[in-house]
Design a protein around this ligand. Structure first.
Ligand code: URP
Ligand code: ZN
Ligand code: ZN
Length: 471
């Protein structure tokens, strides 16, 4: 078993900032020591002078190989998790998919097989429910017994992933019984489909119309409805990829009333607005759902405030990449929607960039503290998704998933240098203030000196427990 001493760094957890040397023994953190006091033997020493030593990032919203719109997300578990590691993320929770007419457990087994032997970092699963019936409800218990304690449902995408209010209520009632949690894609898909049909009939086919036909009030409406259904069912609720001021107001109101309602947002909604969807078909690179929001309505700053107040608890990526042009054996995926914005595969890349982007937007730009950065990117994801204290902190007994982060070496993002299997970066040319220097995954150095030292299959499946932040 390798023993490693990370010395001379500043340890940052969700609650504390202190100078300490971190002793790693095998896969675990063994001790945090006053700097310079360790006098035992180690196999390697990592110098973290002038750097932060933080818990590895946990991205609880990724879609490796997701089938969507006649194609599939371009990152495999092998390529996507390796890219995550480069960016300081040491665990993901990906979405297994129940296809309509199929069993939910069959979907979970399919995704387990995709990840096993391929993932570079530890991984867990949520399960997308697309077909809620008596069997599915029973399978929710089986999934929980297998460490899958969260289920995503869609109020959007009629005919694909969509569930009606009755199906949602039944699944929420089951979650209320077995301790699991429903994650909601909250957009009124039935109303949105009317707007999409009308726009196309008017000849409005460019990507900008993706944004215009999915108005923020329809996210607010769906968020309100999901909260009320969860209240009726007596179940907790987690809103995924929240983008809109109207939706955040609903979450805030529910939380002020003491409800177990939680929400995440994603970097794209903090850094970009609807203008990115302009510029002809180039805007396809920014097509995701819910869409990027109108800059004039200040959604972006309102989301940052939500992270500061705690009404938003997590930043995940919703990593769901599709190539613009033929790349690495993949077809021009986004171009499936040339001439019809509704056929552009929905999703954006980002799993590699989250830790550095949020450090930059939060800490460098003085919106959140260093500790809050760690909390929204690692500690709360671990606590809310049943992986804490094994993951999400640096303390004796925890998995040694550790990032040495250099706050003084900038990183310029580019598709030329990133590791995700996608031919563009939404953040192309953006200079971020700090960068990931070294990454340990369960005690093994997998990124250092600008090289990747891990291999496909290093990652292990994480059986998750329940949300420990319920009130
Ligand atoms: O546009 C997105 N968000 N694509 C991924 C699927 C989803 O709804 O999360
Ligand atoms: Zn979604
Ligand atoms: Zn998603």
């Amino acid at each position: 078993m390798t023993r490693t001493l990370i010395e001379n760094g500043t340890v940052i957890t969700a609650t504390d900032t202190f100078a300490a040397d971190v002793l790693v023994d095998g896969e675990k953190v063994a001790a945090l020591l006053a700097p310079g006091t360790f006098d035992g033997e180690v196999d390697q020493r990592l110098d973290a002078s002038g750097k932060y030593v933080v818990p590895g990032g946990i991205d609880v919203h990724t879609h490796m190989e997701l089938p969507f719109g006649g194609t599939h997300a371009s990152d495999t578990f092998e390529t996507g998790t390796r890219a995550a590691a480069w960016g300081g993320t040491t665990s993901i929770v990906d979405f297994a998919v129940q296809s309509q007419g199929e069993s939910a457990m069959a979907g979970l087994e399919e995704w387990m097989a995709k990840a096993e032997g391929n993932s570079a970092i530890d991984y867990g699963f949520h399960l997308i429910l697309s077909d809620v019936n008596e069997q599915t409800l029973k399978e929710m218990d089986t999934a929980v017994d297998n460490g899958v304690t969260t289920f995503k449902m869609f109020m959007a995408y009629p005919g694909v992933f969509y569930s009606n209010d009755g199906q949602i209520l039944r699944a929420m009632q089951k979650a209320g019984e077995n301790g699991s949690m429903i994650q909601m894609h909250a957009e009124n898909g039935i109303a949105i489909d009317v707007l999409v049909e009308q726009a196309l009939a008017r000849g409005e086919t460019d990507p900008i119309h993706h944004g215009r036909t999915r108005p923020s009030i329809m996210e607010g409406e769906a968020t309100h409805r999901a909260i009320k259904l969860a209240e009726l069912a007596g179940a907790p609720l987690y809103i995924v990829h929240l983008t809109a001021a109207e939706a955040l107001a609903e979450v805030t109101m529910a939380r002020d009333e003491g409800a177990n309602v939680f929400a995440e947002t994603c970097p794209q909604y903090l850094f970009f607005g609807m203008n990115e969807l302009g510029n002809g078909f180039e805007g396809a690179k920014f097509v995701c759902s819910p869409p990027l929001r109108d800059e004039a309505e200040y959604h972006q700053e309102i989301l940052w405030t939500g992270l500061a107040t705690g009404d938003l608890q997590i930043v995940s990526t919703d990593h769901c990449p599709f190539c613009m042009d033929p790349y690495d054996g993949l077809p021009a995926q986004k171009r499936l929607g040339e001439g019809d914005f509704s056929k552009i595969p929905n999703g954006m890349p980002g799993v590699e960039n989250r830790m550095e982007l949020i450090y930059h937007g939060a800490v460098t730009e003085e919106r959140l503290s260093l500790n809050r950065w760690v909390e929204v990117c690692s500690t709360t994801p671990a606590r809310m998704f049943g992986m804490y204290p094994r993951k999400g902190t640096i303390s004796p007994g925890a998995d040694a998933d550790i990032v040495i982060f250099d706050p003084d070496t900038p990183h310029v993002i580019s598709a030329e240098t990133h590791h995700m299997r996608v031919d563009y970066s939404a953040y192309e040319g953006m200079e971020l203030a700090g960068s990931v220097d070294t990454v340990l995954s369960r005690g093994r150095v997998i990124i250092s000196d600008g090289d990747y030292h891990g291999s496909a299959g290093d990652g292990q499946y994480v059986e998750r427990g329940f949300n420990e932040l319920l009130i």
